[in-house]
Write a protein that binds this ligand. Structure first.
Ligand SMILES: [Zn+2]
Length: 494
């Protein structure tokens, strides 16, 4: 009898605990909310939409293509683009000071009425990636004609990043025509080699700023969009401001051994040893946690998510592990979660019946801001755990960027501008998964914000750097309005 009594008591306790857990889960799920602040929408009635679209179309027609091999770059197109900008925006060239940095990067200074204030800076790039050979015919409209059709402007650079820099120029012209004077000085950089690393453009601009002790309060660059349908079951778009970007590291792994004839193979050979090391790295990826910035990115999405996701994401104390596992399966969420590992090259062997004496592989890491280069190196050595494999750091390694504050004036004013131009759209900080020129400015300012007011649908990600890049005509008008408002908000009434 006593045993039965104890069993019943235990069962009751378990049931009570389970009920308590269920209550906590449901309470936390129900209390999810994200308030979009009540903001009055700001409209500009006199933006010359048709002319502006025509000018963007012309900008696309200049084939300012960047190639890694400098010899392939056709500089006359860059020169004609600069002439085009000068001819097309005469007011800017009367009122702003233009300095050409390193031959091709345009660096404007719009002097404020209070030059003692730290300056604002906006940048973008006018170089574009090439159209992959053999894919020209796949385009609905040729990539360098800037055809306006079906509500879009088509062509290489329509999204990345000619719409960005051209909308800056439209916004500044609009404001100049109305006699607007910024209080703080505004610097605008239109860089010419972002697509190949920015060492000749953005890097030189950053050096110029540092050498001349120019005080920059914040910098806005290309970056995250107003993304539509980023998750299944989620209808609401979300605007994301990139406050960090990942670091970069390529390692070469090499094994040397005695060769020999493949008729009497030893138990281990170079290809096998190196393959095992790569498999170990793939099977034990670096840790990724659903915390900090990634969690902040999801926060505004919670109220709109289907119940099951909402429940899981608002009860991380219980479901955190499951969520991390799920996010790890999807390439773009996995990239936001952790330092990623991508073997990109493998070389070994010269003949079918000869054991190779040497095998080497290159592995590319994109380093999450939670990690650094030293930790990645330690992780690689520790995981492969094989002294016969030599590990070398290749050129171009860089640490992840610092994470810009989301409580800074620059962030809050960017957020406010988004609400004013894109009403009813939540805003979240996020990590930019690719690289931008902003990374050259970490010594210039702590406040680097990577955002473009571009409405991106899921299929747009294949258009950027791919086929049929295009931007909606209506969206381009929103971009111009955004930058007009952004300059007003961040440079006046200080
Ligand atoms: Zn770009």
């Amino acid at each position: 009898m006593k045993v039965v009594k104890i069993a019943i008591s235990v069962l009751l306790v378990v049931l009570l605990l389970a009920a308590a857990v269920a209550v906590v889960i449901l309470f936390r799920t129900a209390s999810v909310s994200y308030d979009i602040p009540e903001t009055e929408q700001v409209r500009y009635d006199h933006i010359p939409h048709d002319e502006a679209i025509g000018r963007l179309s012309q900008a696309i027609q200049h084939q300012t293509v960047s190639y890694l091999d400098q010899q392939d770059i056709y500089l006359p197109e860059f020169e004609s683009f600069i002439d085009f900008v000068r001819d097309t925006y005469p007011l800017i060239h009367e009122e702003l000071e233009l300095k050409i940095i390193n031959g091709y990067t345009l660096f404007y200074k719009w002097e404020g009425t209070r030059p003692d204030l730290p300056a604002a800076m906006m940048q973008g790039h006018y170089d574009v990636v090439p159209v992959e050979p053999g894919t020209h015919d796949n385009w609905t409209h040729p990539p360098f004609e800037g055809v306006i059709d079906d509500g879009f402007v088509w062509g290489r650079g329509a999204i990345d990043d000619k719409s960005g820099i051209m909308s800056y120029l439209e916004a500044v012209t609009y404001l100049l025509e109305r006699g607007f004077e910024p209080e703080r000085t505004v610097y605008i950089a239109l860089n010419h080699d972002e697509e190949i690393g920015g060492r000749q453009g953005a890097r030189k601009v950053a050096d110029y700023i540092i050498e001349n002790n120019i005080d920059i309060a914040f910098l806005v660059d290309e970056g995250m969009p107003v993304a539509e349908k980023i998750m299944e079951g989620l209808e609401h778009p979300i605007a994301m401001i990139g406050v960090a970007e990942k670091g970069y590291l390529s390692l070469e792994l090499e094994v040397n051994k005695e060769g020999g004839h493949s008729s009497m193979p030893p138990r281990e050979n170079t290809i096998g040893t190196l393959s095992e090391a790569i498999i170990k790295l793939k099977q034990q990826p670096m840790e990724g946690r659903f915390t900090g910035l990634l969690r902040d990115t999801f926060e505004p999405l919670l109220p709109d998510l289907p119940f099951i996701y909402r429940m899981a994401l608002s009860n991380l104390w219980l479901f955190g592990g499951v969520i991390e596992e799920r996010l790890g399966y999807i390439p773009h969420t996995n990239a936001a979660l952790r330092t990623t590992i991508a073997p990109t090259m493998f070389h070994a062997g010269i003949k079918e019946n000869v054991l190779p004496q040497k095998a080497n592989a290159t592995i590319n890491f994109r380093i999450h801001p939670n990690n650094n280069i030293r930790e990645v190196l330690y992780y690689v050595q520790d995981t492969i755990d094989n002294e016969k494999i030599e590990v070398r750091v290749l050129d171009g390694a860089r640490e992840p960027s610092p994470v810009s504050s989301t409580s800074s004036e620059a962030y809050l004013l960017t957020k406010q501008t988004i609400h004013e131009i894109f009403p009813d759209i939540p805003v979240a900080p996020a990590m930019f998964l690719a690289a931008t020129d902003a990374r050259h400015f970490t010594e210039v300012t702590d406040h680097l914000l990577r955002f473009r007011p571009i409405r991106a649908r899921p299929d747009d990600s294949s258009r950027i750097h791919g086929t049929d890049e295009r931007i909606a005509v209506d969206n381009y008008s929103e971009m111009i309005a955004f930058y007009i408002r952004f300059i007003e908000n961040t440079t006046s009434g200080l």
